[in-house]
Design a protein around this ligand. Sequence first.
Ligand code: FAD
Length: 414
Amino acid sequence: MTKRATIIGGGIVGLASALALARRGFDVTLVDDDAGRQAASWGNAGHIAIEQVEPLASRAAIHSAPGRLFSRGGALAFPPAQWRHWLPFGLRLLRASAPERFAAGKAALAGLVAEAMPAWRRLADSLPGESLLREEGHFVAWSTPEAARAGRAAWAAADTGSAHFRDPTSDEMSALAPIGIAPAGAIRFTGTGQIADLEMLADAMEAALRQAGGRIVSGKARLIAGGSEAGLLIDGDPVADSGLIVMTAGVRSAALLRPLGHRAPIVAERGYHIRAVDHDWPADMPPLVFEDRSMIVTRYAGCVQAASFIEPGDPDAPPDPAKWARLEAHVMALGLPMRPPFTRWMGARPTLPDYLPAIGASRRAGNLLYAFGHQHLGLTLSAVTGEIVAALATNERPAADIAAFDIGRFEKRG
Ligand SMILES: Cc1cc2nc3c(=O)[nH]c(=O)nc-3n(C[C@H](O)[C@H](O)[C@H](O)COP(=O)(O)OP(=O)(O)OC[C@H]3O[C@@H](n4cnc5c(N)ncnc54)[C@H](O)[C@@H]3O)c2cc1C
């Protein structure tokens, strides 16, 4: 008999999970309430960031925080009116940054990140049309020789997993010259990648899901406790046979899991981008990180995007226009070949205080899996997460050890 599965949330993690399940023979319904693809999945920097194997819950990140504040020109912002969201999160982050917890978290995250690119290759190759995965690495650049020296030293000391960096070749430097980057001021990562276009990715994955027999339903889902199994409502109407339920609702997941007694202290780590369709950005330029401005510029098929900011807070609070103004100021100061009018976007990374995702099977409801909290790495980790969800649903061994991602890690501490 065909098994049914209902996926809650159609961001990149939900879509990847839905597709993996449909291809394993599940009768899949994906429920999503995002009109116009405003979710983080469709506004991010497109970077397959396999160099980021160290959780941001670290002593090093905490020590560097004062220098990274928005008020000092950096990317880190704590909106005073949203203190109820970021203060408890920050206190938990401090605890999660203890050296032994950081080391355990890093081992777990590195194991997952190691599987990210192979899983992306499988997913990208399986989608119709030309592959949307580009494996051309990325650049990191600095504005001054001093910043470059310090930045290079920091990367040399960091664990970058299976990604490596080197000096740019003379051809690469020639390509960077029109963007105003001096020879001493850049490094080229290899092993990392990018998604050529997020809109095209969403279209291709939705088409593949439908082709595999899946349905995409627009609506707001809600879970209710119901004995040993979770019940499901869509737009307030009970769903009789939801089958397996997979919670992939990004930053909303924690609130949706609450009726079952699950606790996940998630925060909306808000980020901003501006996009320009009028530009002369080279078509083959991989993502370019202006590290001392905490800004990443990505060439997509139809635009160039500059993104930045870590603003933990309320997902429903209005965006802060000062963030877009700062991005525009960076673009102007650097003389980047992208011109107004810029479109403006803000989206929320779903982040847990230890900067590890929550992936696993619920111990409170036998029909419930969850996959959320992918912080800065949701695009990077989506393909492997989809494979893990499918493995959990079919009682197979997941490709990576997911014990550290159990949601119970928060519940035990109350
Ligand atoms: C500025 C910025 C840059 C980033 N850059 C990168 C990058 O370069 N590389 C990378 O790997 N990651 C990056 N990220 C992080 C990445 O975007 C996120 O980790 C990822 O998008 C999370 O995906 P998700 O599917 O879990 O959540 P989301 O994208 O938030 O999707 C969740 C979906 O669930 C839906 N939903 C919520 N509640 C309900 C409900 N009750 N019923 C039905 N549907 C519901 C939402 O509408 C949404 O469509 C970036 C994020 C930001 C903000």
